[in-house]
Design a protein around this ligand. Structure first.
Ligand code: ATP
Length: 518
């Protein structure tokens, strides 16, 4: 745990030091759970968005994009169920004065049981060596069986209480499980109460409920209310999808996990409209496609897993998360939800407009069903960063203390693709040549020219932001128009003609190589 915290802290510090992410309004001591992206952060974030957008819109002839407004008619949120049901259960500790989400306190209790099981398994594995049979051990070790039963029981109780909106029961469960405040160990809890996560503001001169506007808590509704517009103007036939990237806002209470949980964040959502009855098939297809999208980045499959929802949201008939192993454990990165016809049917009812699709194959009109994929861009950013940031012994060095910090990010996502560095900064000819190389490359890639330090220091800085290539201009370059190109991961240096640089860099950093894998 201490290690995990350390690694998370170093990611947060790295993000600030290298211009990826800053606390919002830092000069005023910041605003909790709100963050700004710096120069390297915005490049990486844009690359993530580009990868998602192209995988959705460019690779599917039946998916189109939109960009809907953040503000929507207030009735939207009544129809979607957010006004009545987008609540979280809150509990306060009277001694520490800290506020928690009651469901998350119970989830953490369940996670602790899981950790105990994993620890016992790891110990037994070590003890029995080759002869260890994990399945048998899980089924027969009395202690592990006890943990598993407890885990199943508490998970079931939590799911039921959440489905029933039973806040009193949830408070009792926390007391019964003897859950203590993680900060000070106190068990002096308040009652549990519901809290709506939507931010609201007021429309111009209309007072009261009538003029209440919400900042959208998800981008999906902008897609639903535009379903007919898009279907008619693009003449798409079912099945087809609408994709969107945009900001969403949630008044998150517990916000201690950096950009994992923010009040203002970005979602990349795709709603796939289908014939009722075909949802199980499409649900499976989208699960597979989205996992493939993550794996194409080279992320180890041990870091990603599916996690079925135990209590379904009010709109879903099936739901699964793709979880990623963040430094603080496996957590939701993306959701895939079979949303039935809940949203379109609700908008149809509340608006009084017919929102249906005429199916030329069956000659009937119906409200389509929907399977959605929904991923937070910021969470993806954190996943990419925490997966890639490593400290390693410098390749080729025998000294175990010779360490470097390197961001081994997929080159297509790297904020800077190539850095051009003159071997000496105060040699006029070298600087002029390096500038010439830089100007040649910059129309093609996001490049950096840097002559602000010794070459070793400049390399380290580029490693820390994940730049796949450093090009060094030296005295030989002046004579024969060649440069050395250094590979971020292997540290191999190769001497190549300047006019081959573009092709060499493109081969490694292009986004097409990712898309071809899908
Ligand atoms: P959680 O259980 O972690 O609060 P959720 O199940 O409410 O998430 P969804 O409503 O399914 O999340 O939203 C889809 C995606 O949007 C999530 O998988 C996540 O990546 C992202 N997301 C949701 N809330 C936040 C937030 N507060 N900050 C950053 N990303 C978020």
């Amino acid at each position: 745990m201490a290690n995990q915290e350390q690694s998370f802290k170093s990611i947060v510090a790295h993000c600030k030091e290298y211009g990826f992410i800053y606390q919002s309004s830092e000069v005023y001591d910041g605003l909790a759970a709100v963050y700004d992206y710096g120069p390297n952060g915005v490049e990486l974030k844009n690359n993530i968005k580009e990868y998602w957008w192209k995988a959705m819109v460019q690779l599917h002839d039946n998916i189109v994009g939109i960009d809907a407004a953040i503000f929507m008619h207030p009735k939207t949120w009544k129809a979607s169920g957010h006004v009545d049901a987008f609540n979280v259960p809150l509990i306060d500790n009277k001694d520490s004065k800290k506020r928690y989400r009651a469901d998350q306190l119970v989830e953490e209790y369940i996670e602790k049981l899981e950790n105990k099981i994993n620890k016992d398994v790891a110990k037994a594995k070590k003890r029995f060596g080759e002869a260890f049979d994990e399945t048998k051990y899980l089924a027969e070790s009395p202690r592990v069986v006890g943990y598993q039963e407890e885990k199943k029981k508490v998970s079931g109780q939590l799911a039921q209480l959440m489905t029933d909106n039973d806040m009193e029961g949830l408070g009792k469960l926390i007391v019964d499980l003897d859950i203590a405040d993680p900060v000070n160990g106190s068990k002096n809890w308040t009652d549990v109460r519901q809290f709506n996560l939507m931010f609201s503001t007021q429309l111009g001169n209309i007072a009261g409920e009538e003029g209440k506007l919400y900042l959208r808590p998800e981008t999906a509704q902008g897609i639903f209310v535009n379903f007919l517009n898009v279907q008619k103007t693009t003449r798409q036939k079912l099945p087809f999808g609408i994709a969107q990237i945009g900001k969403a806002f949630r008044n998150e209470i517990v916000a201690r996990q950096f950009i994992f949980r923010m009040k203002e964040f970005e979602q990349m959502e795709m709603q796939f409209f289908i014939q009722p009855g075909s949802q199980a098939d499409w649900y499976q297809k989208w699960k597979d496609q989205r996992m493939a999208w993550h794996l194409a980045l080279g992320t180890s499959d041990t870091k990603l897993r599916f996690h079925d929802h135990e209590n379904l949201a009010h709109y879903a008939d099936a739901a699964v998360d793709i979880q990623f192993e963040f430094p603080f454990g496996f957590r939701e990165l993306e959701g895939i939800h079979s949303r039935t016809d809940f949203d379109l049917a609700s908008h149809q009812e509340l608006s009084g407009r017919k929102i249906q699709y005429f199916d030329p194959k069956t000659n009937e009109s119906y409200v389509p069903y929907v399977v959605e994929t929904s991923i937070g861009c910021d969470r993806m950013f954190l996943a990419v960063l925490s997966n890639a940031l490593i400290k390693e012994q410098v390749p080729g060095s025998d000294d175990p203390n010779n360490l470097r910090e390197v961001l081994k990010i997929h080159p297509a996502l790297a904020p800077v693709k190539c850095a051009v560095l003159p071997l000496k900064r105060n040699d006029e000819n070298l600087v002029a040549k390096a500038q010439e190389v830089f100007k040649k490359l910059r129309p093609h890639f996001n490049c950096q020219y840097d002559d602000t330090g010794s070459i070793g220091k400049l390399y380290r800085r580029q490693d820390a932001i994940g730049t796949p290539y450093c090009v060094t201009v030296d005295f030989e370059s002046l004579d024969d128009n060649t440069v050395t190109i250094r590979d971020r991961d292997t540290l191999q240096q190769e001497r190549i003609p300047i006019d081959q640089l573009q092709e060499k860099i493109r081969d490694r950093v292009n986004m097409e190589q990712l898309l071809e894998k899908l």
